[in-house]
Design a protein around this ligand. Structure first.
Ligand SMILES: [Zn+2]
Length: 399
């Protein structure tokens, strides 16, 4: 008897979740489109839209229609001032914090340089919460916080959410999520993930892998890591550490790596290697790499030579991925995106040389459509997961 009584509510919850997820992924949709997508009656759609409006999640507009054929369908869209998530991208040299609304719109953003030496987890957590307070003061009062997502350049345990190793941050077995939870209102869902894993998720949902189920996102910053989708599903491994290809050793007598070994892939294709090859003995910041790329574009010899020198081991690293995973597409993010722009023929040549012939021919190399925001927006996606699963939970969000 109870199951019969519970059913209509379960169906309503399910339909609300499907509707909000569609609006989150695709933006504004007409009632007619929603009716078709959900496969329910027009009156049910009307009731579901009313629920989401009541919850403060969406708004509806009646288009001032053109002359003629029938009534124009109402347009349902995520609210600009509805609940938001805080997306945090922890990079070695800087911290990016954004308030992201339903639909993936970035409403506020702060980029804060990290003060050397490497930032502690506590410092990052405190700065994150300070940024949230500033954003609230500066114009998002009343909007409810639906979750926090954090991208880190390191391994994240899929069961505990602890950061296992983030070599370039100097973090080891850090309960970063709990640190953050202690500083935030109770009940805010917090998700921590690896930067490349989150980047591939975001590119799959709303970027250059939208139509692609077998894809690798190769993230190159100071370190290098891969986020992998196989058949549309994330490849995580038992503990969630899959994809740490930056620490595949390619030459035991190679340069020392932050992880303690020698000759890791990232010592050949990471930002540090690129700058060294150009004779620029600088800290590997985003600005230093951008300056090198700018010089390469204007024909600076040393900069161009460095870019081409890194293209060869990069193509080889991609070839290893291609031989192992046979992806349809490899997206090169971070600094690797700039390398692809400047040295595509060299990278493709190396890929062709080292991968099996058939595979190198069918693998496409792409830049991320979300630019430098892939990991940040992936963090927003995982932060939204709870609300998208159960939009009725919006009623209980801490304001
Ligand atoms: Zn290493």
């Amino acid at each position: 008897v109870t199951t019969i009584a519970a059913r209509p509510d379960a169906i309503r919850r399910h339909n609300l979740a499907v509707m909000l997820s569609q609006l989150h992924r695709d933006g504004a949709l007409t009632r007619a489109q929603l009716t078709q997508r959900l496969g329910v009656s027009r009156s049910t759609i009307g009731a579901l839209v009313a629920d989401l409006i009541q919850l403060g999640l969406v708004e509806e507009a009646v288009p001032s229609g053109g002359a003629g054929v029938g009534r124009p369908s109402h347009v349902v869209a995520p609210r600009d001032d509805g609940p938001f998530v805080l997306a945090v991208d922890v990079d070695v040299t800087h911290l990016t914090i954004a308030a992201v609304g339903i639909g993936g719109t970035v409403r506020r953003r702060e980029v804060l340089p990290n003060v050397p030496p490497t930032p502690t987890p506590r410092a990052i957590a405190e700065r994150t919460v300070e940024a949230l307070d500033r954003m609230r003061l500066e114009g998002m009062p009343g909007s409810a916080l639906a979750g926090v997502g954090v991208s880190v350049p390191g391994t994240v345990d899929r069961h505990s959410g602890r950061v296992g190793v983030a070599p370039n941050l100097g973090w080891r077995d850090e309960a970063f999520g709990s640190l953050l939870a202690d500083l935030l209102p109770t009940g805010v869902p917090i998700a921590v993930g690896n930067d490349a894993d989150l980047a591939v998720l975001a590119e799959h949902r709303r970027g250059s892998a939208r139509d692609c189920e077998d894809v690798v996102f190769l993230m190159g910053r100071i370190g290098v890591g891969a986020g992998i989708l196989v058949g549309g599903q994330p490849l995580r491994g038992r503990d969630g550490h899959a994809g740490e290809i930056g620490h595949n050793v390619v030459d035991v007598s190679g340069p020392p790596c932050h992880c303690g070994k020698n000759g890791c892939t990232e010592t050949y294709i990471g930002d540090g290697a690129l700058l060294e090859r150009a004779g620029r003995h600088l800290p590997p910041t985003e600005e230093a790499v951008a300056a090198l790329f700018a010089d390469a574009r204007t024909g600076d010899d040393a900069a161009l030579r460095a870019v081409r020198a890194v293209a060869e081991p990069l193509g080889r690293a991609i070839a290893n991925l291609v031989n192992t995973l046979n992806p349809e597409r490899v997206i090169l993010g971070g600094s690797l995106s700039g390398l692809l722009d400047l040295a595509r023929p060299e990278i493709e040549g190396s890929l062709e040389h080292y991968a099996l012939e058939a595979q190198s021919r069918t693998t496409q190399l792409r830049q991320p459509e979300l630019g430098g925001d892939s990991a940040l927006l992936g963090a927003a996606e995982v932060a939204f997961a709870d609300l998208l699963d159960d939009p009725l939970a919006a009623a209980a969000l801490p304001a």
